[in-house]
Unconditional design. Structure first.
Length: 285
C-alpha cells in the first residue's frame, strides 16, 4: 500500500487512496467511496475548512477538538468519530503540541440522506464508539478493497463502511459499549463482516479462541438457528440486497458471497426466499 510523506500533516508516512475506477463501473449506485486515508500522528489543525463531500472520521488514538460553524468546541479522544458535510465550515485537529491517529472515509450517494433522516441524526456531534481491534481490521479491509481498484471490491468497501458506521452509532448509545465487549456480540459481528468470504468455521474458532461446539452453541443461543443455517441466511439476505441494487449477474453475486458453485447458491436462495435469484430480481419481491 502506497504511503506518502507530508510534514505539514504528520511526521509519519500517511496513506491516501483515491477512487481510480470510473463511477459508471460501480454496481452500487446509491453509495460509493471517493477516497480513504490514514493520518497517523497527525499534528495539523485546520480552521474554517470546507468540504464538497461527506466524510466519516474515526480517531484511533490521541486527542483534539472539533467545531462546526463556530459553534460549541467538542472534545475528541480515542475511539471517537465525527462527520464532515457540505455547506458548513469546520475547525478540527489536535491541540498545539498534541497528535491524533486519524482514519477518514470520503463518500457520496443518495444513501447518505437516508442515514441522516433515520439513524445518523445530529451529524454535527462527536460520538464515542470505543476502541476495538475489530474496528481496525474492518478499516484495513476497506483500504485493501479500495486499493484493488476492482469495481466489485469498491462496492464491498462502501457497504462495509456503512455496516461499520452503523455499528459505531449503536455503540455510541449510552450503556452500549459494555455490550460491545461481550464475546457473543464480537462473534456475531465477525460473522456479519465475513459474509463476502467463503465460510470456514475453523478459522472463526481460531479468531475467537473457542471450540467448534462452543461456536455452534453461541450462534444457536443468540439466533435460534444452527451455525450453517444462520450463515446461509446472512448471505442470502445480502444476496437479495445485491440483486435488487446492483447489475451483477447471479453468478457474480454468488462468487462475491463466497459461493464457488452457483447452482448450490441458487438452490439455497430458492430454499430461503421461495423463488430463484433471477425470478426474485425480475419481479422485485
Amino acid at each position: 500500500m502506497t504511503t506518502y510523506m507530508d510534514y505539514t500533516i504528520s511526521s509519519e508516512p500517511i496513506r491516501i487512496i483515491d477512487r481510480t475506477t470510473d463511477k459508471s463501473k460501480l454496481n452500487v449506485k446509491s453509495l460509493s467511496l471517493v477516497s480513504v486515508g490514514h493520518l497517523p500522528n497527525r499534528t495539523l489543525y485546520r480552521d474554517h475548512a470546507r468540504f464538497n463531500h461527506y466524510a466519516v472520521v474515526y480517531i484511533s488514538g490521541g486527542s483534539g477538538t472539533y467545531r462546526v460553524h463556530d459553534g460549541e468546541t467538542q472534545h475528541v479522544g480515542k475511539g471517537c468519530f465525527f462527520l464532515f458535510f457540505p455547506g458548513a465550515s469546520f475547525d478540527y485537529g489536535p491541540a498545539p503540541g498534541e497528535t491524533w491517529d486519524e482514519f477518514y472515509f470520503t463518500l457520496e450517494g443518495s444513501r447518505i440522506q437516508e442515514w441522516l433522516s433515520t439513524w445518523l441524526t445530529e451529524p454535527d456531534r462527536v460520538r464515542q464508539a470505543g476502541a476495538d481491534d475489530a474496528y481496525h481490521s474492518k478499516m484495513e479491509r476497506i483500504f485493501m478493497l479500495m486499493e484493488s481498484g476492482i469495481p466489485g471490491n469498491l462496492d464491498r468497501a462502501a457497504l462495509l463502511l456503512e455496516s461499520l458506521l452503523y455499528e459505531w452509532m449503536l455503540n455510541s448509545q449510552p450503556g452500549s459499549r459494555t455490550n460491545a465487549a461481550d464475546p457473543t456480540v464480537k462473534l456475531m459481528d465477525d460473522l456479519l463482516a465475513s459474509i463476502h468470504q467463503p465460510f470456514e468455521a475453523e478459522r472463526v474458532c481460531e479468531r475467537h479462541h473457542i471450540s467448534l461446539s462452543t461456536l455452534r452453541r453461541m450462534v444457536h443461543k443468540s439466533t435460534g438457528y444452527s451455525l450453517h443455517e444462520y450463515v446461509h441466511r446472512l448471505k442470502i439476505s445480502e444476496a437479495k440486497n445485491m440483486l435488487l441494487n446492483t447489475h451483477q449477474s447471479v453468478k457474480d453475486t454468488a462468487l462475491s458471497l463466497g459461493f464457488k458453485d452457483v447452482f448450490y447458491f441458487s438452490r439455497l436462495f430458492k430454499k430461503y426466499v421461495g423463488v430463484s435469484p433471477q425470478h426474485f430480481r425480475n419481479n422485485v419481491y
